[in-house]
Design a protein around this ligand. Sequence first.
Ligand code: AMP
Length: 939
Amino acid sequence: MMDKTLQEQFATSFLTGGSAAYIEDIYEQYLEDPTSIDDTWRQKFDQYTQEQSGEKDVAHSEIQNYFRQAGLHRSRMIAASGSGDKSFDAKQVNVLELIQAYRAHGHQYANLDPLGIWKQAKIDHLDLAKYELSKMDFETEFRTGSMFGSTSKKLKQIVEELEATYCKSIGSEFMHISDPGQKQWIQERLESSLSSPQFSSAFKKQILSALTAAEGLEKYLHNKFPGAKRFSLEGGDSLMPMLEELIQRAGSSGTKEIVLGMAHRGRLNVLVNLMGKKPEELFAEFAGKKAVEKGSGDVKYHQGFSSDINTPGGAVHVALAFNPSHLEIVAPVIEGSVRARLERRRDDTYSQVLPIVIHGDSAFTGQGVVMETFNMSQARGYKTGGTVHIVINNQVGFTTNRPDDTRSTTYCTDVAKMIEAPIFHVNADDPEAVVFVTQLALDFRTTYKKDVVIDLVCYRRHGHNEADEPRATQPIMYEKVKKHPTPRKLYADKLAEAGVIDDKYANKLSADYRDKMDDGKNVVSNWLPMKQHEFTVDWSPYLDTDWQTPAVTSLSKEAFDKLATAISTYPDELNLQSQVKRLMTDRKKMANGEIPMDWGFAETMAYASLLDDGYRVRISGQDSGRGTFFHRHAVLHDQKTGDNYQPLKNIREGQGQFHVIDSVLSEEAVLAYEYGYSTTEPRSLVIWEAQFGDFANGAQVVIDQFISSGEHKWGRLCGLVMLLPHGYEGQGPEHSSARLERFLQLCAEHNMQVCVPSTPAQVFHMLRRQMVRKWRTPLIVMSPKSLLRHRLATSQIEELTNGKFESVIDEIDNLDKAKIKRIVMCSGKVYYDLLEKRRADERDDVAIIRIEQLYPFPKHLKDVIAEYQNADEFIWCQEEPKNQGAWYSSRHNFQASVPEKGFVEYAGREASAAPATGIASKHVEEQRALVEDALGRKS
Ligand code: AMP
């Protein structure tokens, strides 16, 4: 008889643990062959499937629910097991529960830590007694349910196989996946091989060779440049056979490109031993001799690299992305780059380009961008068909102990469960197990196009870097490390013991590698010279250009007519929402010139004309389809069917691809993604749009580490556009400022453009210029909110069929220049406040000049101002507080633009901690005062 506690336990846990698994098992058998199961069960399932109108392939959770509601109790399950021997039947159910427990909890018993320090919490999930089993039952044969192999086995064999599969060097976590097919797939791969691969001797020697190279490089550098920072891989050496296998296997199954992202640890090893960077070049960098033609350059362990690697399936192009020290931020950059490559290849099966991202354990669990990137992994606009994530889990974060201080989860990989990615923890001292999980992980990604995680549990032989003394903070760990043989030594001994190699083989491999280092030439035998092909981008037209490179951005009238018709036309049967319908009717009128064009029309025309020219346009942001302020409506929604129509996808046959994406609610990962996309694809206008401009500071690391400095550190050009709604309209501290000052403060050496367009025609020419001109440099736009509908902020057709983007717009009213005493310079929306007030006051002594591009600063402003020969008062007017906006960062430019004796004075809000007031009346008063202050009194 079952003891009471166990009975109670089942009563409460029924259908949540093993019993649920039992039902799953029987249901699987039922699906395969209904006659193979007991009548009682068959009748239950028949009844259930009839209720489901014959639909048998239903989620297991539904089946479990059904039985829960039907009140089927364990005693009846046992009775239904069918042998007639109640005690045996009870044990049979328990055995199936035990099998399921190994799948769910085996990883908690696995031998994962090479140093043996990490102890899992004490648990009893796999204790036989918990299942009312004991060794006395070992010789009894039980049904094995869904376990791989024969339908029944002795308990001893069942336990041995499960131990081998789930509790050795690999800890597999996959039971959190809700798709039964995926779970089954993993289960079968693990159980059919007992997680113990049978590799050939030749392959084992290859693994040893990769470990020898990994260790050899680090030792060589250690001797040649003692104490120099190299962020050694040692301890995690099996990363190298893992990556080699990934490339070779991916190449065999049709992958043509791999984009690899990683932080500093192990990077030199990847560069030299995987990608074929010449050791002599690396040595020159260590010696501080690398020549940098332009820009600042970067340290050697941030460098990117590109090469082609030969595989059984042909050449695979591997691009290692440049990386700042800000660990995880490269992950979304990689994904964006992969998406660009997939779209270039028009590969919607996600099979030709593979993202691989290598993480550190503390960063993986600690940094939010990891979660943001996972959240994007299956989202329509960002999907890349699954990433292989590798965590170099050296169990210490700089000097911070794992796990007590670095996280609140059991594993550093738990965040990946949010997308139900399978996770394979593997002991890095068992390189065959490492290669086995690599194959498994890649095949899972290939089959299901989903992310997968490998947790390479290892250690760090040295400190955080080689100048660091780890014993100061991790004395126990480093006492162990000191005595612990290297992965190469352990594996070489293992192979020698198994007779795969003789005594001398391993030493000779090491000596040969040292000789290659001495030679300084490429050590990667599969390396191929990079070949140009139809998907290779030629970046040469974009090199050696500058912001004044000429570009024709106006359209012929014929082109205007054709495109204006296309963007204002939609199928008759489309039922538009009333405001949208009115807007589209207006667009028709704008196309005909019946009414002046507004912002949305001109902006859409810019996209239409670029698409017509064959460029691709990709706009991504939280409300980009509609536009946060209801102005864009790139996607027209049918009110009855929910279908949509996008005029910009219907410009002409063979046009460039148009993609507007309502993004996931993230700034950091999405902006990094778009940076990755645009650094990969110069023929795409890539736009990231903030919902409100100030939200961009959620992505500050992307702005600082990539957008503003990527070209100067790494020579990577980037034509990304950031549209940042900005303007003081009384919406309070968080919805007024895109923090213009931050961008201007980062500007130097023509690294970015900062524009504040004030008319529809200006936004049209500015966006077109970003593609037509062959200068690929980020464009930061303070874009408007109220100007989207301002009655004065309109343009005429001629401004699109003639003209260009004007970095300075002179006074537009026909004032007598000789009468002008005062010149007010400004940017953006405040211009219209100034203009309206001046007109209202009928002033003819003040000219208002707009600076539409604050960086690179238009030097010809000086000539424009010089025309006003009698002006002796010069004002910079801004809406932002004095410590913000353009004043401090651009004051020298304003001053340099006025005559020698002139002095530029400030008119604007007082310095303030918050960007704006949240009190409407205060806002109005401030705005009135700054406008009046700027215009001054008529003398
Ligand atoms: P990848 O496909 O990323 O490996 O790039 C191949 C080559 O194209 C690189 O080695 C660079 O020479 C060039 N390239 C790639 N991206 C850029 C970029 N954003 N700016 C300039 N050159 C680039």
